[in-house]
Write a protein that binds this ligand. Structure first.
Ligand SMILES: NC(=O)c1ccc[n+]([C@@H]2O[C@H](COP(=O)([O-])OP(=O)(O)OC[C@H]3O[C@@H](n4cnc5c(N)ncnc54)[C@H](O)[C@@H]3O)[C@@H](O)[C@H]2O)c1
Ligand SMILES: [Zn+2]
Length: 690
């Protein structure tokens, strides 16, 4: 031993020690604090480097090395529980070649073990970016829920998990013992909403849905967890008594039949080609899903083979995670600039050396707010990590380790003393994380942002009022206030240089059309802090008119689904702001809708009342948003996944696997035309021409 140890160069020994220390630190930030400092790719690079060193000098591989362990140590504030069976991690395949190599290696091992390979099948499942949890059921009752922790010992979060509606507390026809494993996650829509609220309250937003889910479950107060909209996809069975499974796919079907939420798009495959095709399909659909995924998990279906293949380090050989192209990249931050938000907040952003991130060139990225900026400690000239996730704006994650060590690093950036848009002296209200421009009524920067939001797709959806035009109209004095949009006329527009009569007419028509947008969209368009699209819908449904909302007390506002006390106060304050009042009055005079459409006299008589729809593929005429509004206005409901309770699946071009699922379950499928017929043509023409 001693002689072998001597052969290890001092440098390698030191580097391994350094890496172990760094990895332990980042594990703590990621798993214990839910607040990572570096990107996953950077972390993986550290781990890869350590793995390579340990491979080269096996004596360096200590039992406590992070390469030998899963996850992080359980946090001391929770009761610790030993898992009935270890919860492992997954090896990664970063491309097709690595996936095929995994298959070949397993085939070799199985052949050597004398296994008949003719019937080898695989299961593909989305790799949900959430928090792994274990649910133990004794005689059909949930007795314990835990996080994965370090894989051997997790944290007891039973009370918190009980607040997730999709976690069954009891299951029918249950064996004496079954441990169900799955991924708790925060749906993307909810993530956006929770962050909107956090920003409105002056709290730093969560970096991604995974942190949001982990932070919500690892709460000491279950009421906090209950207030966060979480769900779960179950992906496997751990320890059991009185039942056993030979096929992973069958175990998932069993789970589904016993009221667990299992992803409807899990698929069984007979060969690797089909597996690879499924992985690629998932990668394409990634942005459409209501949950964040970072890859596809490929598992050998025959669970007996899992035992034959065993575990390598901390990863079962029978499964692998196909990882999608990284959503992060490293580049140089050239300058930190400040934008004025629509409510006067100064928002820092980064001008970057252009860089490709998952197929898109990124030149600017948000830095969220001052506190976030301070926490991340990025400086001009730093090498930084940039992330782009789904349709979210690119963000700066952190400076790289190298940037931090730079000797000539400039001091931390400070918010400007004068508003970059109007020159007014900025102020920082006591206890706020924001510096603001107090010139609410006259700051062109704020008006620009307010208009941009007002005309955006989810709000009034005025086509032709893009950023460039808005900027121009502001500069030329055509618009000084959001409500001025409704005073634009063809003659004044056509008089602008380079603005032809045709485009002027087109724009005025688009503005006209927007007058009939429903109340909830108008409410969202007002840009009240914390009132995103979802909250606007809920507020509109609850109060039904702006007058009732304006007259509501803080308590009454808090009674609305999804709105807590702090947000209720923020909304109340915004409604009392004379600027908001003026905006509402002017828009009311412009003829916008400030009342919900009255429900049909007899809601039973609504053509789609009580019916549930799922949409898949591209419809010939209607966008997804339009189809959803049509269905909802006819009394129906639109959900994202097909189940036995779905009444119709509306199928367009290039449908996803929802179509297969519908066929499997015998749910009727219809096209756009049939949907319109169901709703009744008269109604439709009145809705779509409005
Ligand atoms: N940025 C940082 O500082 C930092 C620190 C530590 C870890 N990390 C990141 O965390 C990850 C490593 O964590 P890990 O050990 O959880 O491995 P992993 O996330 O790569 O894969 C294992 C996990 O996948 C999850 N999973 C999702 N869907 C699943 C399905 N259908 N079937 C089975 N499992 C499913 C389970 O939670 C399982 O524990 C890496 O991506 C790493 O970069 C980052
Ligand atoms: Zn200003």
């Amino acid at each position: 031993m001693a002689s072998a140890a001597e052969r290890i160069p001092e440098e390698a020994r030191k580097r391994a020690e350094e890496l172990r220390e760094q990895i332990a630190y980042h594990d703590w930030r990621y798993y214990v604090l839910d607040d990572p400092e570096i990107s996953d790719e950077e972390y993986d690079r550290l781990l890869d480097e350590l793995r390579a060193l340990e491979e080269r000098y096996p004596e360096l591989r200590t039992p406590d090395s992070p390469t030998q362990r899963v996850g992080g140590k359980p946090a001391p504030q929770f009761r610790q529980v030993r898992h009935l069976q270890p919860m492992l991690s997954l090896a990664n395949a970063r491309n097709e070649g690595e996936l095929r190599a995994w298959v070949e290696r397993n085939l070799r091992l199985l052949r050597r073990a004398g296994v008949d390979l003719a019937r080898l099948r695989y299961v593909t499942e989305p790799k949900i970016d959430g928090l792994a949890i274990s649910l133990v059921y004794e005689n059909g009752r949930l007795v314990r829920g835990a996080t994965r922790g370090d894989g051997e010992i997790g944290e007891d979060v039973t009370e918190n998990l009980k607040t997730i509606p999709a976690v069954p507390l009891r299951i029918p026809d249950a064996p004496p013992l079954i441990e169900v494993r799955g991924e708790a996650y925060m749906p993307r829509r909810e993530f956006v909403r929770v962050n909107e609220e956090r920003i409105a309250r002056g709290e730093p937003p969560f970096a991604n849905p995974r942190n949001a889910a982990a932070g919500s479950i690892r709460q000491l107060d279950p009421r906090v967890t209950a207030s966060r909209p979480l769900s779960i996809w179950c992906w496997g069975v751990g320890a059991t008594e009185g039942i056993s499974f030979d096929s992973h796919y069958e175990s998932l079907e069993w789970l589904r039949a016993h009221r667990f939420r299992v992803n409807p798009d899990v698929e069984l495959h007979d060969d690797v080609e089909s597996v690879i095709a499924a992985c690629k399909r998932w990668e394409e659909r990634r942005d459409e899903l209501d949950y964040e995924i970072d890859g596809v998990v490929v598992k050998i279906d025959d669970l007996r083979l899992w035992r034959v293949l065993g575990v390598a380090g901390r990863e079962p050989r029978a499964a692998i995670a196909w990882k999608f192209a990284p959503m992060t990249a490293t580049t140089v931050l050239r300058r930190i600039g400040w934008n004025v938000g629509r409510t006067g907040h100064l928002v820092p952003y980064a001008e970057l050396e252009p860089v490709q991130v998952s197929g898109v060139t990124v030149k600017t990225a948000t830095l969220h707010n001052e506190e976030d900026l301070r926490r991340k400690d990025v400086r001009e000239g730093d090498e930084v990590i940039v992330m782009r996730a789904g349709d979210v704006i690119p963000q700066v994650v952190s400076p790289t380790a190298r940037a931090v060590r730079r000797p000539d690093r400039p001091p931390p950036p400070q918010p400007p003393e004068r508003c970059p848009a109007c020159g007014t002296k900025t102020i920082k209200p006591e206890g706020s994380v924001w510096t603001i421009c107090p010139n609410r009524a006259g700051c062109p920067g704020q008006i620009f942002q307010a208009i941009k939001h007002f005309v955006s797709k989810g709000a009034m959806d005025i086509e032709g009022l893009g950023e460039e035009n808005v900027r121009r109209f502001l500069e030329e004095g055509l618009i000084k206030h959001v409500a001025d949009i409704y005073e634009l006329d063809v003659d004044r527009l056509a008089a602008l240089r380079g603005f032809g009569r045709t485009s002027a007419e087109k724009l005025v028509r688009a503005i006209e059309r927007s007058r009939s947008q429903p109340f909830h969209r108008v409410l969202y368009a007002l840009g009240i802090p914390g009132v995103g699209a979802v909250n606007a819908r809920n507020l509109a449904r609850h109060f039904r008119s702006i007058d009732r909302l304006l007259a509501a007390s803080e308590d009454e506002i808090e009674a609305v689904e999804g709105i807590g006390p702090i947000l209720a106060r923020t909304i109340r304050e915004a409604l009392d702001d004379p600027n908001t009042r003026e905006l509402i009055e002017r828009l009311r005079r412009a003829g916008l809708r400030f009342e919900e459409e009255p429900p049909a006299a007899d809601s039973e008589a609504q053509p789609l009342s009580g019916k549930t729809f799922v949409l898949t593929g591209t419809l010939p005429h209607l966008t997804r948003e339009q189809a959803t509004e049509l269905i909802e206005s006819a009394g129906g409901r639109v959900t994202s996944s097909v189940s036995r309770r779905t009444d119709y699946v509306v199928v367009g071009d290039n449908p996803g696997s929802k179509l297969e699922r519908a066929r499997e379950l015998g749910v009727p499928t219809i096209g756009e035309q049939e949907l319109l017929e169901l709703i009744g043509k008269e109604r439709v023409s009145s809705l779509t021409s409005g």
